[in-house]
Design a protein around this ligand. Structure first.
Ligand code: PEP
Ligand code: MG
Length: 757
């Protein structure tokens, strides 16, 4: 059975389109199972019926014409129940129905399995026999496995629009959509431009070389050509990023350098291999080693190596620079998008990025955020190779990608894009105005930053401070730990750029999904493992070096405050306080005129929500990390697209805990802020304001939208929204009542940005 299955799947994989796939399946299954009939029925959503789309054994003229309603016949029964049905005496089943237009014989045996994709029944795969026959479990398993294959083929065909015209109405059956995780906020509609690593390393055969010296010269020429390309990319991206953020490209150059990959390839050529073979051997061994490592960040390094080796290979094979023709406006799509691929596209042509692999912390997502480009990451089901030239809608708020959208969906999103453009133009006017409700309640809007590029965008939008500088971002872009001096200069820039406004620097929050390439952490359960303050506690030298760099950078500016991530026990705060005091003391002894900065703790581990009294006794302020708090409260991995629908900061349980934290922190007389994505959701911002949060810190993209809603509403309205939300029983109920409240308040146009959580 396994052999048959393998050979059918092989044939299906070679099918040119969906119609061919369907006809291969019915023909091969009918043959293999020796049945009278094999048919496929697919749901036409416009008709609301299961239409016969392919058959072997029934009248071919009935294809596209014969159909069954969900409540009709055994086919409808299988679809309704979404379960297989195996009958050796079909005629005695109450749902048995004879369809005359198929000219089927009265049949006795029936085996039908549902074709299901992402929990949705797309159709039914059926075999029938005139005489009584019991289909054994092998037969059932074969059909079941093929139905699963078929589901993917149908979903992919839908994604590239190939299903249109197959159904009797000739209309599309759905808007194919794919779930990923939000990489950067915003919406884009444009044609997909799919990019691949330039050449396939694994396809290179082993060959000897006749002239080793000439081969080495040739290889070095090609290597130089790629180095030049990378240098050019670095220049190209210069106006999009700050010079000090170009380190990523230096890292690429380093990988190619003589003492890294380049050297090993040359050694291999010296042993007699031709250059392409040597490159493939060395490159693939790097890739294999990196891919075996569990942590996501290092696996992404394998992508960089593949990309770079592919570029060298291209020169070895073609010896000509590669030129791409990017459409006027495109969404860049790839299996594993790299920062180099992004840098290659002229900025004015690029409207968004989608990657089938990679998390919100991949380099490319960090760059997209800094550049204000919407991004969706980790879209694991994305048929990226089928999408080139297809129209896509990218929803960076919700981590969703739609391909080949219907008029209706495109219209809806065009409206959103138009509103966003209008809004951002209209919002310019409120940039310098205070963030105050109509009834005079003042809140402050701060920003979250990582790169200097973020800082500049944030200042332009009138941010009142930095509520979270994720210090791990500059660490992530490097090949080694930055020295204390290098750190001090990075920190000084942020402090200067916002002076005299306050800048909150979080100590290193690595681990979880943010391991450093040069500090690998291999764990089965990284989100519950060695991350954030836990790493700092075990490496006081790292922590001390970092806080010394921060405090030193604040000399003469005095606008620094320090924030501790992932605290789950008060002793972590006590030890940190001692180390920070020591760092300060050492600097003072060295003659620096520096202040001891205010200290804050992030509440993002649920246990701390119930120990606010103990926390506030020890620190000056509290900042809630709603991303992790929600992840840990709801037991939902924030980076897993499969459970993304379960992740919501508007879950009533989360809201109640947030309200409790706010009450306790305010009761203790300490300053309270929030720096998770929730703060950038205008509707959620109203709830937070009503709870008593004084500072909302968010991605710069959302800042003016949040300000606009707050300025258009009253604290009294916000309190009413909160009262209702806290009484709700489900996330959906909370979302519905927030939507309604915003519409009633006349700020419904800003709802889009509020659909981020
Ligand atoms: C959070 O967890 O809400 C937060 C702001 O930190 P990060 O997203 O960097 O984990
Ligand atoms: Mg966090």
């Amino acid at each position: 059975m396994l052999d048959i299955l393998r050979s059918i799947i092989q044939e299906v994989n070679g099918a040119r389109d969906l119609a061919a796939t369907l006809s291969i399946i019915v023909r091969r299954v009918q043959e293999a199972m020796n049945t009278r009939v094999c048919s496929i029925y697919l749901l036409d959503k416009n008709l609301g019926r299961y239409v016969l789309m392919a058959t072997k054994g029934l009248d071919p003229a009935a294809v596209g014409r014969a159909s069954l309603a969900p409540e009709e016949g055994l086919v409808g029964f299988v679809a309704q129940r979404a379960e297989p049905l195996n009958l050796d005496n079909a005629r005695s089943h109450p749902r048995y129905l004879y369809i005359p237009e198929t000219r089927e014989e009265e049949f006795e045996s029936f085996l039908g399995v549902p074709i299901i994709h992402h929990g949705v029944v797309l159709g039914v795969l059926v075999v029938q026999q005139s005489e009584q026959r019991t289909f054994d479990s092998d037969a059932e398993a074969l059909l079941f496995t093929l139905a699963a294959q078929l589901a993917v083929a149908i979903a992919n065909a839908e994604a590239r629009g190939a299903v249109v015209g197959l159904s009797p109405t000739g209309m599309r059956t759905a808007d194919p959509s794919f779930d990923g995780v939000p990489g950067a906020p915003g919406v884009a509609i444009a044609k997909a431009f799919t990019v691949f690593p330039p050449a396939d390393l694994s396809a290179i055969p082993k060959r000897p070389c006749s002239d080793i010296a000439a081969e080495i010269v040739f290889f070095n020429e090609c290597l130089d050509a790629v180095r030049n390309d990378i240098r050019e990319l670095k220049v190209k991206i210069k106006d999009r990023l700050r010079p000090e953020e170009h380190e990523l490209f230096d890292a690429y150059l380093h990988m190619l350098s003589d003492n890294a990959l380049g050297n090993e390839v040359v050694a291999c050529i010296k042993e007699g291999s031709w250059a392409q073979g040597a490159l493939a051997q060395v490159g693939l061994s790097y890739v294999r080693n990196l891919e075996q490592i569990e942590d996501a960040y290092l696996r992404e390094r394998a992508t960089d190596i593949k990309d770079l080796c592919g570029r060298v290979l291209f020169y070895l094979q073609q010896k000509q620079p590669q030129t791409m023709r990017y459409p006027e406006r495109c969404i860049l799509v790839s299996e594993e998008l790299t920062a180099a691929m992004l840098a290659e596209v002229p900025r004015e042509r690029l409207v968004g990025v989608v990657s089938a692999k990679g998390s919100a912390h991949a380099h490319v997502a960090i760059l997209a955020r800094a550049m204000g480009l919407p991004a969706v990451m980790g879209v694991s089901d994305l048929p990226f190779s089928e999408l080139d030239g297809q129209e896509l809608i990218l929803d960076g708020y919700n981590g969703k990608v739609y391909s080949n959208p219907s008029e209706a969906l495109r219209g809806r999103y065009q409206e959103i894009v138009r509103e966003e453009v209008e809004l951002s133009e209209g919002l310019e006017a409120i940039k310098e105005l205070p963030c105050v409700t109509r009834d005079g309640h003042r809140v402050q809007l701060w920003v979250n930053t990582g790169l200097m590029t973020d800082v500049l965008r944030s200042r332009e939008r009138g941010a009142e401070g930095i509520g979270l500088f994720r210090t791990e971002v500059p660490f992530l872009l490097r090949e080694r730990f930055p020295t204390e001096r290098e750190q001090a200069s990075i920190y000084r820039e942020q402090l200067e750029a916002f002076h005299p406004k306050r800048v909150t620097m979080r100590t290193l929050d690595i681990g979880g999904d943010k391991p450093l390439p040069y500090f690998p952490i291999k764990e089965d359960n990284p989100f519950l493992g060695w991350r954030g303050i836990r790493v700092s506690m075990d490496h006081p030298e790292l922590f001390l070096g970092q806080v010394r760099a921060m405090i030193r950078a604040s000399e003469g500016l005095d606008n620094l405050q320090i924030l501790l991530p992932m605290v789950s026990n008060v002793h972590e705060i006590d030890t940190s306080v001692q180390l920070i005091r020591r760092a300060h003391q050492e600097l003072v002894e060295d003659g620096h005129r520096v202040m001891l900065p205010p200290l804050g703790v992030m509440i993002e581990v649920p246990s701390m929500a119930w120990q606010v009294d103990a926390v506030t006794r020890r620190v000056d302020f509290v900042s809630v990390g709603s991303n992790d708090l929600t992840q840990y409260m709801l037991a939902v991995d924030r980076n897993n697209p499969r459970v993304t629908n379960l992740f919501s900061t508007l879950h009533p349980g989360v809201l109640r805990v947030l309200a409790q934290i706010a009450k306790d922190v305010r009761g203790a007389g300490k300053s309270l802020s929030i720096c998770g994505e929730m703060a950038g959701n205008p509707a959620a911002a109203m709830l937070l304001l009503a709870m008593g949060f004084e500072i909302l810190s968010m991605n710069a993209t959302n800042l003016l939208k949040v300000k606009s809603v707050i300025r258009d509403m009253t604290l009294a309205q916000a309190k009413l929204m909160l009262e209702r939300a806290l009484a709700a029983e489900s996330t959906e109920e909370v979302k519905a009542l927030l939507d309604q409240a915003l519409y009633e308040a006349g700020v419904g146009r800003l709802l889009r940005a509020s659909r981020t959580s």
